[in-house]
Design a protein around this ligand. Structure first.
Ligand code: CAO
Length: 454
């Protein structure tokens, strides 16, 4: 029977008292030449020490956490197919340094000569991530470094490398959360899980959906003072993601102008009693909606949407006017269908009825669908101008602010006129700036033309 020989730690590039982080074999185990025996870790790298020969391990002399240097005894090995003589002298190193080195750093590109530890990326990640931390985002390989190289240079033990290879995970894209940024098995699992549960790639998302945008910083506000957590309402969540989708996908430009509504307000005051006899409250907004209908008829491009290909304009022959309504549960946009077929009283009635339903949370889904153009009026509240966000896939939205008396120079004198601020945001892919300016000028002129609105 063959006697056991000591297998020693080979030349490891002059490193001393290196930690044994993993014992990869056990007593009695049959091994082949090159079977990894232990994993050792220096400040900069982890590496396997392979078996110098095949055989049976009679005793492993190390345990995890031990410190080793060149010449430390790893284990006792009965060499296969050879007597004691063939096993070589006691104290024979695990293998010739060069050969061992090549195996030790098999993953590293510069493995040819010395057992140079794999270069590890400087530890950029915090030593450990809290349990609730989502999978770390993929780390791109540095410029000029191929993914294969990035895999090789990743700071991970050989067993983790093996695990990553089995799963097809690219270590070069994983940020380690272990000591000094070392990639742990959990990091590999979290990375793979992240990929499996990730949303479809940007190319599959509609219009990009803002994919690839830099993330906002996550701040622990509690560290600066007392806070209260209030969940967003369902409506706020829905409208929030739609507003964001519009904001990031549509190139918004806002055109501002003032409409002289002095005569309009005089007429509205004159019609108030007649309207209330019919159970209708004639607010400025009803006239603004009517003026928008006329402007959309004159400029049908503003009543259109881009088709899914982004190469054609779908011009709608119907006019369904949406209007933003402020409700206790958040912003909703009821739609007055076929508004172009309604007179000013009918518009005012529809406006009041839908506003009431909106505030009561009783709008049907169909009453918020099919809009072709939207008006957002903050005139009842205040302000001089704002930038409304287009209600995509519509291509324009009119923002209305509070009217106020302003001095207007007319016929050689300044006259007090009631001016209504208009802010038209438009999708610049569909509408040119000059066209938008013409639309707003037309709208302002129409609001000043009382007869046109009745
Ligand atoms: N300038 C001056 N006064 C105005 C005005 C304007 N542009 N628009 C309305 N007003 C006056 C009205 O005349 C009314 O006054 P009286 O009661 O004295 O007649 C008062 O302001 C309140 O009007 P209203 O808001 O009740 O009615 P409305 O038809 O103008 O608007 C609605 C209805 C549903 C649009 C409105 O209530 C609303 O919710 N506005 C907010 C929209 C919003 O949130 N937009 C932002 C969207 S993006 O976050």
């Amino acid at each position: 029977m063959a006697s056991a020989t000591e297998v020693l730690v080979p030349d490891i590039g002059g490193f001393k008292d290196v930690s044994v982080i993993e014992i990869l074999v056990k007593d009695g185990q049959q091994i082949d030449k090159e079977t990894p025996l232990i994993t050792i870790e220096t400040d900069k790298a982890a590496m396997d020490v392979p078996a110098p020969a095949a055989g049976r391990i009679t005793e492993v002399k190390l345990k995890q956490g031990d410190k080793v240097s060149e010449g430390s005894v790893i284990l006792l090995l009965e060499r296969a197919g050879a007597g004691a003589a063939a096993a070589g002298a006691a104290g024979e190193p695990a293998a010739e340094p060069a050969a061992t080195s090549a195996t030790v750093v098999a993953d590293a590109p510069a493995a040819a000569s010395a057992p140079a530890p794999k270069a590890a990326a400087p530890p950029t990640a915090p030593p450990s991530a809290p349990a609730a931390t989502p999978p770390t985002p993929p780390r791109a390989a540095a410029p000029g470094v191929s993914l294969d190289q990035a895999f090789s240079k990743a700071y991970a033990s050989p067993s983790v490398r093996k695990f990553a290879r089995e799963l097809g995970a690219d270590l070069g894209r994983i940020t380690g959360t272990g000591t000094k940024g070392r990639i742990t098995p959990e990091d590999v699992k979290a990375h793979v899980k992240g990929i499996l549960t990730a949303s479809p790639p940007a190319s599959a998302a509609p219009e990009g959906a803002g994919a690839g945008l830099p993330k906002l910083p996550v701040v622990d506000f509690a560290q600066y003072g007392e806070i209260e957590i209030k969940p967003l309402s369902r409506i706020q969540k829905i409208s929030g993601s739609r507003l964001q989708a519009s904001w990031v996908n549509l190139p918004h430009v806002t055109q501002h102008d003032d409409a002289d509504i002095t005569d309009l307000e005089a007429m509205r005051a004159a019609l108030k009693n007649k309207a209330s006899d019919q159970g209708v409250k004639l607010t400025p907004l009803a006239f603004i909606l009517k003026a928008c209908i006329l402007a959309l008829q004159a400029f049908p491009r503003f009543n259109s949407s881009l088709d899914a290909s982004g190469e054609n304009l779908v011009v709608k022959r119907y006019i369904n006017l949406g209007f933003a309504a402020d409700t206790p549960n958040g912003l909703v946009v009821p739609v007055i269908a076929n508004a172009d077929r309604l007179d000013i009283y009918e518009i005012a009635r529809a406006l009041a009825a839908l506003s009431e339903k909106a505030r009561a949370g009783k709008l049907k889904a169909t009453e918020m669908q099919g809009g072709t153009f939207t008006i957002s009026s903050l005139g009842g509240i205040g302000g001089t101008a704002f930038t409304p966000i287009i209600n995509a896939p519509e291509v324009a939205i009119l923002g209305v602010s509070k009217s106020s008396q302003k001095p207007v120079y007319e016929r050689g004198a300044f006259l007090p006129r009631l001016m209504l601020p208009l802010s038209l945001s438009y999708d610049h892919r569909v509408i040119d700036g000059a066209e938008a300016a013409r639309f707003v000028v037309y709208l302002a002129k129409t609001l000043g033309d009382v007869k046109a609105l009745l």
